[in-house]
Write a protein that binds this ligand. Structure first.
Ligand code: CND
Ligand code: ZN
Ligand code: ZN
Length: 379
C-alpha cells in the first residue's frame, strides 16, 4: 500500500515556544498540492540559523514551527504539475526558490528568485505554502513550515521550485550540508567575494559556514587566510582546512581589526563575516585595506541592531557585499554534489557528530556550547 495521496503520520521536532527544547512529536503530513513535493528526509545538518528564530531575543518568529533548512532526502510523491522531480529522486531542498523564469532567475548576477524577493525577511516568510496553509498538523494544531523546508521531520512538503534534483548515488549523509552550511561559506568566498589567487583573507567565525569559507579561500588560491574566533578550540580545524593564522579577539590587547591591519601591512584584500553581529561586522570592514578591500557579510544576528558605518570607510575604496546561500541555486547545487563526489572538497571535516534524529536537542546543546561544527541527524 503506497502513501501517495494519503496523510503520512511520522515524527518531527516541533518548536512550540521560543527558548524551550524541541519536542519530538507525531505529526500528520498532508499530501502535496499543485507544484508541491513530499520528501522523505534521510539526513539533515543543524545550522546556527535554525536557532535564531527560537531565541527568546527574537520577536518575529512564527510558532509552533518545524525547523531545519540543511537536509537531503528522497521524493515520496509529487502534486499535480510537478515536472522537475519524480518519486524516488534524491533531492536537496533549497531555501531560495528557483522558478527559472523570472528576471532574477534569468540573471547571472544573483541566485535570487522573484518568489524570494517579496517581503521584509523572505526566509522566515516561507512559513506557509503558496495557498497560505501548512501541510503539517500536530495535536490538531497547524504547524508552520520554516525557510520553505522544515527538514526536521521524517517527511516534509516543499514547493517544486525549492528543490535541487541530485545524482542517484549521492551520499545524503554528507551532501545535506550543501543545503546550507558548506554552500553558503564556500560560495561566499568563491562566488560572492570572488577571492583571487595570492590574496590575503580574514574569516570571522569558525563554525560550519566560516570553515567552509576558509575552504573556499584556499580553493581560490589565497596566500594568507587569517581565521578569527572567540573560541580557540576552533583553531586546529581551521588550520587543517587552510588557515595560515588564527586570532582570538578575547586574547588580544587591542581590537582584532587593528592586529590584522598590522599583520598584513594595511589590511586584507577580502574579509568575510561568518559570525554576525555589529561588532564583528565593524571589525570585518575595518580589517580590510583601503583602496580595494572587499567585505562580505554572511553571518546573521536577528536580535542585533546592525552596522553603523562612516561614509569614509567606503569613500576610501572599500566595498560591502552580502550573500544568501553563497550564490548557489537549484541549477548549480547538483554541480556541487558532483564536485564533492569527484573529491574537489571534503565535507567529512565539517561533520563532528552524527546522531539519530530524536537526539536533536543534544545536537542543539553541542552547537550552543561551541563543541560541534556540524551534527548530522539521521532519520
Ligand atoms: P556557528 O555558531 O557554528 O559558528 C559561529 C562561530 O562564530 C562560532 O565558532 C562562534 O564562536 C564564533 N563567534 C561568535 N561571536 C564571535 C565574535 N564576536 N568574533 C569571532 N567569532 C565569533 O554558526 P554557523 O557556522 O552555522 O553559521 C554562521 C553564521 O552564518 C550564523 O550567523 C548563521 O545564522 C549565518 C548563516 C547565514 C547564511 C546566509 O546565507 N547568509 C546561511 N546560513 C547561516
Ligand atoms: Zn525566479
Ligand atoms: Zn544555514
Amino acid at each position: 500500500m503506497g502513501t501517495k495521496g494519503k496523510v503520512i503520520k511520522c515524527k518531527a521536532a516541533i518548536a512550540w515556544e521560543a527558548g524551550k527544547p524541541l519536542c519530538i512529536e507525531e505529526v500528520e503530513v498532508a499530501p502535496p498540492k499543485a507544484h508541491e513535493v513530499r520528501v522523505q528526509i534521510i539526513a539533515a545538518g543543524l545550522c546556527r540559523s535554525d536557532t535564531h528564530v527560537i531565541s527568546p531575543k527574537f520577536e518575529g518568529a512564527f510558532l509552533p514551527v518545524i525547523l531545519g533548512h540543511e537536509g537531503a532526502g528522497i521524493v515520496e510523491s509529487v502534486g499535480p504539475g510537478v515536472t522537475n522531480v519524480k518519486p524516488g529522486d534524491k533531492v536537496i531542498p533549497l531555501y531560495i526558490p528557483h522558478c527559472r523564469k523570472c528576471k532574477f532567475c534569468l540573471s547571472p548576477l544573483t541566485n535570487f528568485c522573484e518568489k524570494f524577493c517579496k517581503g521584509k525577511n523572505p526566509l522566515i516568510e516561507q512559513e506557509l505554502m503558496e495557498d497560505k496553509t501548512s501541510r503539517f498538523t500536530c495535536k490538531g494544531k497547524s504547524i508552520y513550515h520554516f525557510f520553505g523546508i522544515s527538514a526536521f521531520s521524517q517527511y516534509t512538503v516543499v514547493k517544486d521550485i525549492n528543490l535541487a534534483k541530485i545524482d542517484d548515488d549521492a551520499n545524503l549523509e554528507r551532501v545535506c550540508l550543501l543545503g546550507c552550511g558548506f554552500s553558503t561559506g564556500y560560495g561566499a568566498a568563491i562566488n560572492t567575494a570572488k577571492v583571487t589567487p595570492g590574496s590575503t583573507c580574514a574569516v570571522f567565525g569558525l563554525g560550519g559556514v566560516g570553515l567552509s569559507a576558509i575552504i573556499g579561500c584556499k580553493t581560490a588560491g589565497a596566500s594568507r587566510i587569517i581565521a578569527i574566533d572567540i573560541n580557540s578550540d576552533k583553531f586546529p580545524k581551521a588550520k587543517a582546512l587552510g588557515a595560515t593564522d588564527c586570532l582570538n579577539p578575547k586574547e588580544l590587547n587591542k581590537p582584532v581589526q587593528d592586529v590584522i591591519v598590522e599583520m598584513t601591512n594595511g589590511g586584507v584584500d577580502f574579509a568575510i563575516d561568518c559570525a554576525g553581529g555589529s561588532e564583528v561586522m565593524k571589525a570585518t570592514v575595518e580589517c580590510t585595506t583601503v583602496g580595494w578591500g572587499l567585505c562580505t557579510f554572511v553571518g546573521v544576528n536577528l536580535a542585533d541592531k546592525g552596522l553603523a558605518i562612516s561614509p569614509m570607510e567606503l569613500i576610501m575604496g572599500r566595498t560591502l557585499k552580502g550573500t544568501n546561500f553563497g550564490g548557489w541555486d537549484a541549477e548549480t547545487v547538483p554541480k556541487l554534489v558532483s564536485d564533492y563526489k569527484n573529491g574537489k572538497f571534503d565535507l567529512d571535516a565539517l561533520v563532528t557528530h552524527t546522531l539519530p534524529f530524536d537526539k536533536i536537542n543534544e545536537a542543539l546543546n553541542l552547537l550552543n556550547q561551541g563543541k560541534s561544527i556540524r551534527t548530522v541527524l539521521i532519520f
